[in-house]
Design a protein around this ligand. Structure first.
Ligand code: SF4
Ligand code: SF4
Length: 472
């Protein structure tokens, strides 16, 4: 058996377990120090803007439709006020495929930028729940002290107060989450009508609130490490060229304590003063100096912490920074490689294609088929008629009058029954005759083109065959 010295053994053992699990498999609770700095300020601005979006979106209506509704249960999807129907599945499929390609290319190029800046888990954890914790229990040091101290009135009060706020906010987030699924109107009914009529909705409310409370009060960074599929994929998506939060070991090592007035170069030391500030602020409990790790959510708190230490010791900033492994290893300056530019171009094209597909989606879809079992009829001398069924899907929020016109031939259209009006968000059907002069029918099958008009606006063209006698 190979024997290792203590330091060598630590290196070998390093990735055998998560940073937040001890040797016996017990959770190591992370007490992250309050971060501050330029990037943290920008992250807070972005985070608060995203939170505002999250809370306002379910209340916004566009032509009566919610801005965003993801009711997968009733198959009702509304994105930016546009409702998607089962007939739009191809668009949904395209959007999903594009999203997957987008995620892969984006991650390969820019690492976990999304996790650190825009993931709801990070945004709510760092901007809301951890702030409440700092406010009630103090910074990391005081939190640790509070845990160690025996239960007394002050400790009980602080813990209860913290969890009370946690639950209230988890309840609010859970309810908003529910609103994204059932819509704000249904949610208002849920809270204003008899609970007996809304058992499923109320159960959803309790379950979502409970899940969010559990996640933010206890599970925390474990979501990113253990549960999140995106986090688990990082190992295969990142490569040497991916831009992640990196420690510049070339400049930082050998690390060593800082003594005022010393020349670190002459003393044989790198820029890292081994102050562990980067570790103390890390919300996932890792030491970025060990390299890119599964747990790192790219929150950039360690960049701010390290930059503050570099300022304090009069050394250049950027010992921890956004950079790829290649940039660090080859001491390259931050620049966008040909691959980064190419991938970014593909991302922009993908976004363009999906946006165009969504915007050019038809508000009415029509299907015209000849009535089954019917050939043709000679209604009056010199005229031939065919019977057609038309099915219309109105995807708008207004009732739409529909008119069918013959575009390719001169002929007559006779609707059987009333004029066609398709109610909003519904499917309408009708039957009509198309009558042509005999001289218009050149063979037993003539291709006709119909135009579907609503309020005099051409919405769709349909080509259907017209059956006539063998020798007209
Ligand atoms: S290592 Fe740095 S960027 Fe990664 S999670 Fe920790 S503090 Fe955030
Ligand atoms: S904050 Fe910077 S100087 Fe301090 S230990 Fe981390 S990398 Fe080294």
């Amino acid at each position: 058996m190979v024997q290792f010295k203590k330091e060598e053994k630590e290196k070998v053992d390093f990735r055998d377990r998560l940073a937040t699990i001890d040797e016996s498999g017990k959770r190591i609770w992370v007490y992250a120090k309050k971060p501050k700095g330029k990037i943290t300020t920008w992250r807070n601005i972005v985070g608060f803007a995203l939170m505002a979006f999250f809370f306002v979106t379910p209340l916004i209506r566009i032509h009566g439709q919610p801005l965003l509704l993801l009711n997968f249960i009733e198959r009702r999807i509304v994105i930016f006020g546009v409702q998607f129907w089962p007939q739009d599945f191809h668009l949904f499929f395209l959007a999903m495929i594009s999203l997957m390609v987008f995620i892969i290319l984006f991650t390969v190029t820019y690492g976990r930028l999304f996790c650190g800046w825009a993931c709801p888990q990070t945004v709510f954890m760092e901007l809301v729940f951890r702030r409440i914790e700092y406010w009630i229990e103090g910074d990391a040091y005081h939190q640790k002290q509070l845990v160690k101290q025996p239960w007394n009135t002050s400790k009980v009060f602080r813990k209860l107060l913290k969890h009370f706020f946690f639950f209230i906010i988890a309840f609010i987030v859970g309810n908003y989450f529910l609103m994204y699924i059932i819509g704000s109107d249904a949610w208002i009914k849920l809270i204003s009508e008899s609970p007996a009529d809304h058992i499923a909705g109320l159960a959803g409310m309790v379950v979502f609130s409970g899940i969010f409370y559990f996640i933010f009060s206890w599970f925390r960074e474990q979501v990113c490490t253990i549960v999140c599929p995106y986090g688990r994929l990082q190992g295969v998506l990142l490569d040497r060229n991916s831009i992640v939060i990196s420690y510049d070991y070339k400049a930082g090592e050998p690390r060593g304590t800082f003594f005022k007035g010393e020349d670190r170069g002459t003393a044989g030391k790198g820029h890292c003063i081994n102050c562990t500030q980067c570790v103390q602020v890390c919300p996932t409990g890792i030491d970025i100096r060990n390299g890119t790790q599964l747990e790192c959510i790219n929150c950039a708190c360690c960049i701010d912490a390290c930059n503050a230490m570099m300022d304090a010791t009069g050394q250049p900033r950027g010992l921890i920074r956004y950079a790829s492994e290649k940039m660090i290893a080859e001491r390259l300056k931050m620049k966008f490689s040909a691959r980064t530019v190419a991938y970014s171009a593909v991302l922009v094209i993908l976004l363009g294609v999906v946006t165009y597909s969504l915007l050019s989606r038809k508000s009415i879809e029509a299907t015209i088929l000849r009535a089954p079992g019917m050939l043709f009829q000679e209604t009056e001398p010199g005229k031939i008629s065919n019977l057609y069924n038309i099915k219309l899907v109105n995807k708008t929020d207004q009732d739409l009058p529909v008119e069918i016109r013959l575009l390719s031939h001169k002929g007559e259209i006779k609707i059987i029954g009333n004029d066609i009006v398709v109610p909003k968000e519904s499917v309408g059907e009708s039957v009509f005759f198309t009558i042509l002069e005999k001289d218009q029918v050149k063979s037993d099958k003539t291709e006709l083109q119909f135009g579907i008009f609503s309020n005099n606006k051409l919405i769709e063209k349909k080509t259907v065959s017209f059956v006539g006698p063998n020798n007209p």
